[in-house]
Design a protein around this ligand. Sequence first.
Ligand code: NAG
Ligand code: NAG
Ligand code: NAG
Ligand code: NAG
Ligand code: NAG
Ligand code: NAG
Ligand code: NAG
Ligand code: NAG
Ligand code: NAG
Length: 448
Amino acid sequence: MIIKDSIGYFLGLLLTVSPALTVAQPGRPSFPKRPNIQPNPIQPYKAIPLQSQRNPHKVCYVKPGNKGDDAGRIRDALRKCNNGGTVVLDQEYTICTPLDLRFLKHVDIALTGKVEFCTEIEFWQQNLFEFHFQDASSWWVWGGEDVHLYGADTGVIHGNGQSWYDAYAANGTLRRPLLFIADGWHGGSITGLKLRQSPNWHNFIANSSDLLISDIDIFSRSSSSAWASNLDGWDTFRSDNIVIQNSVINHDDDCVSFKPNSTNIIVQGLQCNGSHGISVGSLGNYPYQYDIVSDLYIYNNTMANTTTAARLKVWPGAEAVKRGNPPWVGGGGQGYVRNVTYDTMINDNNNLAIQIDQCYGAINASECLDHPSQVILTDVLFKNIWGTANGADDPVAGQLICGSEDSCDNIRAENVTLTNPSGEPPQWECRYQDEELLDLGGVGCIPA
Ligand SMILES: *[C@@H]1O[C@H](CO)[C@@H](O)[C@H](O)[C@H]1NC(C)=O
Ligand SMILES: *[C@@H]1O[C@H](CO)[C@@H](O)[C@H](O)[C@H]1NC(C)=O
Ligand SMILES: *[C@@H]1O[C@H](CO)[C@@H](O)[C@H](O)[C@H]1NC(C)=O
Ligand SMILES: *[C@@H]1O[C@H](CO)[C@@H](O)[C@H](O)[C@H]1NC(C)=O
Ligand SMILES: *[C@@H]1O[C@H](CO)[C@@H](O)[C@H](O)[C@H]1NC(C)=O
Ligand SMILES: *[C@@H]1O[C@H](CO)[C@@H](O)[C@H](O)[C@H]1NC(C)=O
Ligand SMILES: *[C@@H]1O[C@H](CO)[C@@H](O)[C@H](O)[C@H]1NC(C)=O
Ligand SMILES: *[C@@H]1O[C@H](CO)[C@@H](O)[C@H](O)[C@H]1NC(C)=O
Ligand SMILES: *[C@@H]1O[C@H](CO)[C@@H](O)[C@H](O)[C@H]1NC(C)=O
């Protein structure tokens, strides 16, 4: 079966118009082959399965309805071509009803057209997939085994976010769907897609492993006075061995955020504009939970117009009511962050280049000093970090704030060379740091 499929595969290649790039179907449109994108240059600890072959005769083209709901057609095609085939989405589709795609197995999806979502906000309120973690919800959920989704640099997933930004400005209790959720996706890739106008986080990668995400182009901005808030690029959760690379992200909020139980994650070659940085956390938010983030390598990312570029945010050790209406409540969780490296980060017009905040959400310093975080930070390294701050906190270029002597260990900085617009040497606000391990440039640590 495997041999027959691969012979078929090579025959398919002989028929292609442009052999390297497309698969031809006699009498049917050709479609681009899955691109050969590899993790580069940092390699994951465990190889991501990227070589699986597909049967070139098992191809399902999805014909869109006339502006109706295409969810059923897409689901049917994926059922039919699951287990060895390719589904081609090369036209314009609209999804108006929930789409559960967690059954995928050994399948490719060539999304070279456009998928957008109906803006029936009232309908979606009652029909989103809902998850317990941070009220995450979405109109579709992806998952399975050995699944490759590729857009060949033309595919678009469009969230029609403007309707949601405007509606949310008028009603803050509205649930806003995440543009894309992977829930239990083991092995495969997501590449070459444009993600546009997400109502909420762009990507939530949960319960997943062994994935390569590459060549994604994200752009979401509000054109009205309503703020497009909480538009994280990627959030990882309960996931292992994920590579996110070579992408451009234009939005607000975290560019990438590592939520609880994110392990062995590489983030490289991103260009993030206008974000809150590449962030660990927040962790320790809930008293009954144990949060783990470990073995991250964050390499060669350019951060422009951000509040903070490299960030770790951890709640204090006791649950407390914060400001706000409804009040913001958090803290008291346990866990650890271990072996996190930020290597080569270019700063362009950011408030802070580095921020460790182990007092995240604390109302005042004494709340955090009285209840130091129980999420312990160890083996965190910042190296080869350079560029220019925007002057917002001039001459302060960063903060390294731990909750106590015991809640942080082996926090190091090497070859950090920030410059301030004022020309003043950078200052770093530190609390409970071992200053001998911190080569931060400028005047180094000052008390926070
Ligand atoms: C806000 O949206 C929620 C969810 O749809 C709804 O239950 C509530 O009635 C809305 N509130 C107002 C004032 O419209
Ligand atoms: C992940 O797995 C857990 C445990 O099975 C489940 O409760 C949760 O709904 C799953 N998905 C997300 C997005 O958390
Ligand atoms: C994270 O992993 C720890 C240790 O296995 C476990 O106790 C905790 O429940 C996990 N958290 C989540 C959100 O799955
Ligand atoms: C760093 O990332 C940029 C894209 O932002 C890429 O062009 C460059 O080749 C990368 N450099 C290395 C050494 O990986
Ligand atoms: C970066 O974001 C700013 C807004 O913060 C925007 O004005 C600018 O056009 C963006 N840059 C690019 C290259 O899109
Ligand atoms: C730290 O994490 C990196 C990146 O995942 C990994 O290559 C390295 O082996 C880890 N180091 C230790 C001591 O576990
Ligand atoms: C940063 O934002 C300014 C405008 O606010 C914009 O001109 C510039 O292009 C942005 N930088 C990048 C790298 O996008
Ligand atoms: C810190 O905030 C807590 C809670 O509002 C308050 O009880 C305490 O007096 C504050 N401490 C200082 C030093 O302001
Ligand atoms: C310091 O960082 C800069 C910028 O990332 C890099 O070009 C340089 O090689 C680094 N120096 C050392 C000694 O590693």
